[in-house]
Design a protein around this ligand. Structure first.
Ligand SMILES: NC(=O)c1ccc[n+]([C@@H]2O[C@H](COP(=O)([O-])OP(=O)(O)OC[C@H]3O[C@@H](n4cnc5c(N)ncnc54)[C@H](O)[C@@H]3O)[C@@H](O)[C@H]2O)c1
Ligand SMILES: O=C(O)[C@H](O)COP(=O)(O)O
Length: 528
């Protein structure tokens, strides 16, 4: 299978070599596409790689019939409609660690350039003005740096600012006073950080909750003469409010690497002498660009080779060691879901997945997702994958429950899936046998031993003499060979089941003929 990958924003040439060298990947680099051109072209591609410039909208994704993965060569994914991607089953990966250093270094460069008015003095000198009085700055030593958002970059900025002998106070919803103390910084709620800081730098993602986090009310709380730095995302700071705060002398200076709209050539903030700016250069170093390109290329290769992606954005990330342990159960989980849904004739209301024995010690969420993929695929088709399975289930009001028990239930590991509908409850169990692969070991609590692969016929019948013979003769009439057969019953003469493996898919007329046999209550044809 050949996969077409479109690189739509400029990427480091060395970093994309792993992709270019892969035999099954065809890379197209086209960084000058307009939104309309990209929209027209996107349906040819299986993967799309972007930085922050290309807008990956719902409209674009709805036209991307082949697209399976989007790689963001960087951190921020606010230019990608993640909800639409998830809904359409398109995986999004990014490179969250690859440009942390560069962004932190750029932030420090901005703080120092701002405090010493270096860009303004440089600009004046280039224009032949030697003015030493106008460009008197302030030391950062002993000043308080307020950090809003203490994630990867915020934390790196904190440690560098301490190196400049600054006092650091930070607010982050995941920061505790204890954790802050361990990092040698102070913890404060947002308001306190805003009140006490001489310099304030923001390092949050741009989310609904962080849009205009620093607004007119926030500026009111700040010390007069405060200096503001934004090397995270335009939109975290309300640009109009910042403009007013500078005009009113509340804010003495601002250093901006990012803007609410990009790219820009004119902006009222750029006309203010107190504002210094760079055109979104935080990650623009040779090192960061090579790192992001390598990370995202590798994850796209991982994805197409069926390996675990390291930096998924729209799936919870599972550490490699844990993923290695659960990977053998992946296929079994999907097959259990696929088998069980074929026994169901009504709307699914509730799915309960129980992980027993050794499985109970593992992180099982990816298995639950794959089970749901198996369940939903029957009616929703092949676009269901483990990116959108939980989303699609939630949308349909299906309740999903996971439970774990250390009891072994006769097997060292056992996964049981139960589906409840308005009037029925059905279940299936499977296990991984050491060295022998996976097996379905129970259906509706009847004991079976079935390799979950191939064409299966599940028959529910009355335990009466002759049923098995009649069924065998009928299949023989249709020239259908039975490869394996399992029978179990509740009690003598009571309810019974058969699980047959046959050598071909059972057609509708063959299925109907089987259903019409005496003592047969139900027949399901399942292709696993
Ligand atoms: N200028 C650039 O070129 C450049 C380069 C890299 C990253 N970035 C941007 O920098 C930002 C931070 O990146 P990161 O890698 O450190 O991300 P991160 O996810 O590691 O850290 C973000 C932190 O913000 C915190 N946060 C979320 N909401 C908050 C709120 N309301 N108040 C306070 N904190 C909040 C989170 O808890 C998290 O700890 C992102 O916006 C990213 O896109 C910009
Ligand atoms: O979020 C990021 O990684 C940075 O903003 C870098 O964006 P860029 O890839 O467009 O330079």
């Amino acid at each position: 299978m050949m996969y077409n990958v479109l690189i739509a924003d400029p990427l480091n040439a060395v970093g994309i070599l792993p992709l270019k060298n892969a035999k099954n990947i065809h890379v197209v680099v086209d960084t000058g596409l307009s939104a309309i051109q990209l929209h027209d072209k996107i349906s040819e591609f299986d993967a799309l790689i972007v930085r922050s410039q290309t807008q990956v909208t719902r409209l674009l994704l709805e036209n991307a019939s082949r697209l399976k993965i989007i790689g963001r060569a960087g951190v921020g994914v606010d230019n990608i409609d993640i909800e639409a991607a998830t809904e359409l089953g398109i995986m999004v990966v990014n490179a969250p660690n690859a440009n942390t250093n560069s962004a932190a270094e750029h932030t420090m460069a901005m703080i120092l350039a701002l405090s010493r008015k270096i860009p303004q003095a440089y600009y004046a000198l280039k224009n032949h003005q030697w003015d030493r009085k106008k460009y008197i700055g302030v030391e950062v030593r002993g000043k308080t740096l307020g950090i809003v958002g203490l994630g990867r970059i915020g934390a790196e900025v904190a440690s560098r600012a301490k190196g400049q002998r600054m006092k650091v106070i930070a607010y982050d919803p995941f920061l505790s006073p204890e954790k802050a103390a361990k990092m040698g910084i102070e913890y404060g709620m947002l308001e306190e950080v805003l009140r006490v800081s001489d310099f304030i730098t923001v390092h949050t993602p741009l989310l609904k909750e962080t849009r205009h986090l620093i607004n007119a009310q926030a500026f009111e709380l700040m010390k007069p003469g405060v200096q503001i730095i934004n090397c995270a995302r335009g939109g975290i700071i309300d640009e109009d409010a910042l403009y007013e705060a500078i005009l009113s002398n509340k804010v003495a200076g601002a250093a901006l690497d990012v803007f609410e709209e990009e790219p820009i050539s004119h902006h009222k903030l750029l006309d203010l002498p107190e504002v210094i700016a760079t055109p979104h250069l935080g990650a623009s170093t040779i090192e960061a660009q090579e790192n992001v390109a390598v990370d995202v290329s590798e994850d796209i290769l991982n994805f197409f080779s069926g390996s675990i992606v390291r930096h998924p954005v729209n799936l919870p990330s599972v550490p490699k060691e844990i993923m290695n342990k659960i990977e053998p159960y992946f296929n079994l989980a999907e097959k259990l879901g696929t088998f069980l849904i074929h026994l169901i004739d009504e709307a699914v209301e509730e799915v309960t997945i129980t992980y027993a024995g050794e499985l109970s010690k593992l992180e099982v969420a990816p298995l639950t997702r794959n089970t749901m993929k198996g369940i939903l695929k029957r009616h929703l088709g092949t676009h269901v994958n483990n990116v959108n399975a939980m989303y699609l289930a939630n949308k349909r009001g299906i309740t999903i429950q996971e439970s774990k028990t250390t009891q072994k239930k006769g097997f060292t590991n056992l996964m049981t899936c139960e589906i409840k509908t308005k009037s029925d409850t059905r279940n299936i169990s499977g296990t991984l046998l050491n060295g022998l692969g996976s097996r379905i070991v129970k259906v509706d609590n009847y004991r079976v031993d079935v390799i979950p692969k191939g064409h299966i016929v599940f028959i529910h019948h009355n335990d009466q003499p002759g049923v098995i013979g009649r069924m065998g003769s009928l299949l023989a009439e249709y020239q259908i060979n039975i490869a394996t057969m399992q029978v179990d019953r509740s009690d003598m003469g009571g309810d019974a089941i058969m699980v047959l493996k046959i050598d071909k898919h059972l057609e509708n007329d063959e299925l109907k003929a089987l259903k019409d046999l005496d003592e047969i209550k139900d027949v399901k044809a399942i292709d696993l």
